[in-house]
Design a protein around this ligand. Structure first.
Ligand SMILES: Cc1cc2nc3c(=O)[nH]c(=O)nc-3n(C[C@H](O)[C@H](O)[C@H](O)COP(=O)(O)O)c2cc1C
Length: 234
C-alpha cells in the first residue's frame, strides 16, 4: 500500500503508518479501517499481526490489500524486524486491540512480534480496543488502560458495535474508524511538535567559551515544557 513518499510529494498527513492487528473478532472490520487510512491518512502502510489474529483473519487476504507481506512471527528472520519497523513508522496504531494485548502492554511484556514492537516504539502508540462490553468494564481492563495512558500512549474510547459473534448490538464495543483517525492525527502532530522542539534545542545559540551558559525555558507545550540549553552547558 504505497504512494510516492519521496520528500515533497506526500499528499497525506502521515508518510509511514504501522498497523498492528490483535486477535479480536473485529479483525473483520480491519479492511474498512485500512481503506480509510490509505485514503485520508497515510502514504505507506505496513501491517503486522499476532498469532491469534491470524486465526480470525488470513494474512493473505489483507496482504492483497496492503501489497506487502504481513509478518506475525518474531522469529521468522525474514522481512524487517520489530525495531526496524517501529523506527520506520511515523505513526503506530494497534487496531483492534484485545484485552490480552492491553494487559501485556500495561506490564511491559514483549513476547511476540506485536508486543515487542510496542515496547520498542520510540513514540506514543495508539490503541483501539475492541471487546465484549463485560470484558471492557472489568477492573483489570480499566486498570491496564489507565496504566497505558499514564505511560504516554493514546487509547481510543470504543463505541457500541454489532457483535460479530452473536449478532447482538448491545454486547460488543469496538473502535469507529473516524475516532481512530482522530487519535492518529493527534499522535502524528504531537510527534512533529516534539521533533520541532528537539531541533530547536539542538539549534540553540552556543555560549561564548568561558561565559556562564544562559538557560532559557521555552514553552514547548502546556504539558511538556522544553528547556533550551546552550551547547556549552550540555
Ligand atoms: C472468535 C473469537 C473472538 C474473540 N474476540 C475478542 C475480542 O473482540 N476482544 C478480545 O479482547 N479478545 C477476543 N478474543 C480472545 C483473544 O483472541 C485471546 O485473548 C487471545 O489470546 C488474544 O491474543 P493477542 O492479544 O495476542 O492477539 C476472541 C477469541 C475468539 C476465539
Amino acid at each position: 500500500m504505497t504512494h510516492d513518499s519521496s520528500p515533497g510529494t506526500n499528499r497525506l498527513p502521515c508518510p509511514r503508518l504501522l498497523v498492528a492487528i490483535t486477535g479480536s473478532v473485529h479483525v473483520l472490520v480491519v479492511p474498512q479501517h485500512l481503506d480509510a487510512f490509505r485514503r485520508s491518512f497515510a502514504d505507506e502502510i505496513r501491517v503486522i499481526m499476532t498469532e491469534a489474529a491470524t486465526h480470525l483473519c488470513s494474512p493473505r487476504a489483507l496482504e492483497a490489500m496492503v501489497g506487502s507481506p504481513i509478518p506475525s512471527d518474531l522469529w521468522s528472520g525474514t522481512g524487517p524486524g520489530h525495531v526496524e519497523l517501529t523506527q520506520w513508522a511515523d505513526c503506530f496504531v494497534v487496531v483492534p486491540t484485545t484485552a490480552n494485548c492491553l494487559a501485556k502492554v500495561a506490564q511491559g511484556l514483549a513476547d511476540d512480534l506485536v508486543t515487542t514492537a510496542i515496547v520498542a516504539a520510540p513514540g506514543p502508540v495508539v490503541f483501539a480496543p475492541a471487546m465484549n462490553r463485560h470484558m471492557w468494564e472489568t477492573a483489570p481492563v480499566q486498570r491496564n488502560i489507565a496504566q497505558i495512558r499514564r505511560d504516554g500512549h493514546l487509547v481510543v474510547e470504543p463505541r457500541p458495535a454489532l457483535s460479530l459473534a452473536s449478532g447482538r448490538d448491545d454486547e460488543a464495543l469496538g473502535p469507529a474508524t473516524d475516532d481512530v483517525l482522530a487519535y492518529m492525527w493527534h499522535a502524528t502532530m504531537r510527534r512533529r511538535r516534539d521533533a520541532y522542539w528537539q531541533q530547536a534545542t539542538a539549534d540553540a545559540p552556543v555560549a561564548p567559551s568561558g561565559a556562564e551558559p544562559r538557560r532559557t525555558v521555552a514553552l514547548g507545550s502546556r504539558d511538556q515544557p522544553v528547556e533550551l540549553r546552550s551547547r556549552a552547558s550540555a
